[in-house]
Design a protein around this ligand. Structure first.
Ligand SMILES: *[C@@H]1O[C@H](CO)[C@@H](O)[C@H](O)[C@H]1NC(C)=O
Length: 215
């Protein structure tokens, strides 16, 4: 075998490190259930890929017949309901939403008697329930309200773009440097979103049609 000139190895090294680097930081346009690009800073419904996996994500203002404030983010058991409207907003100005980029999520729904801020937050991602549940009540671009959307690694349907959510406090300047996968946590039979759990929650962006009421 002939000895390859040293620059071949150098080139190979550059190509390898480049692809390693971009595979962990690749940021791509996010697609909705119909394949269209998801707009940054615009309302969408989010829910599972199939109705077999329950209904859409919504807010609740009641636990055990008691009013709560801030509100809790949970999965509607019925796929017949339309769910809440949620606005994903990147920290940079962009027309379309992208994966692997820091963002805040605004519930954008009427809050009724609860006048806390409508941004999603996890008060203590490393704590135990209820402090690791997603609630409203945070501000824009704070460590406790810092999330990113990541492509779901093993999608249920190859033809549908599905995603998972991660809570990444360090993207907004503080807290643990790891990202926490957001999973379903079953809280007294109710499916809520939390930073605890083994299987990340797989979801799809659905367009909001003007005829639907939110929440
Ligand atoms: C987050 O979810 C991904 C995809 O399922 C998995 O590979 C990874 O190990 C999870 N991370 C943690 C910290 O559980």
């Amino acid at each position: 075998m002939k000895q390859s000139p040293p620059y071949v190895f150098l080139l190979l090294l550059i190509v390898t490190t480049h692809s390693l680097f971009s595979s962990t930081t690749a940021s791509e346009d996010i697609r909705d259930s119909t394949g269209d690009k998801v707009l940054n800073n615009a309302p969408y419904h989010i829910g599972p890929v199939t109705t077999a996996k329950g209904g859409p994500i919504k807010l609740t203002d009641t636990i055990n017949d008691k009013k709560i404030c801030p509100l809790i983010v949970e999965q509607d058991p019925s796929a017949d309901n339309i769910g809440g409207e949620f606005m994903f907003t990147l920290f940079g100005k962009r027309e379309y939403l992208r994966t692997s980029s820091g963002l805040s999520i605004d519930s954008y729904s009427p809050t009724g008697e609860c006048d806390e801020s409508t941004y999603w937050t996890i008060p203590d991602a490393e704590g135990s329930a209820p402090s690791n549940l997603i609630t409203t009540g945070g501000g824009f671009d704070q460590a406790i309200t810092c999330f990113q959307v990541v492509e779901y690694s093993k999608p249920t349907s190859p033809s549908v773009h599905s995603y998972m959510l991660q809570h990444c406090p360090s993207f907004c300047g503080a807290g643990p440097s790891t990202c926490f996968n957001i999973s379903i946590y079953i809280d007294n039979g109710v499916r809520r979103l939390s930073s605890t759990g083994a299987t990340p929650f797989e979801f799809v962006f659905y367009k909001v049609t003007s005829t639907h009421d939110s929440m």
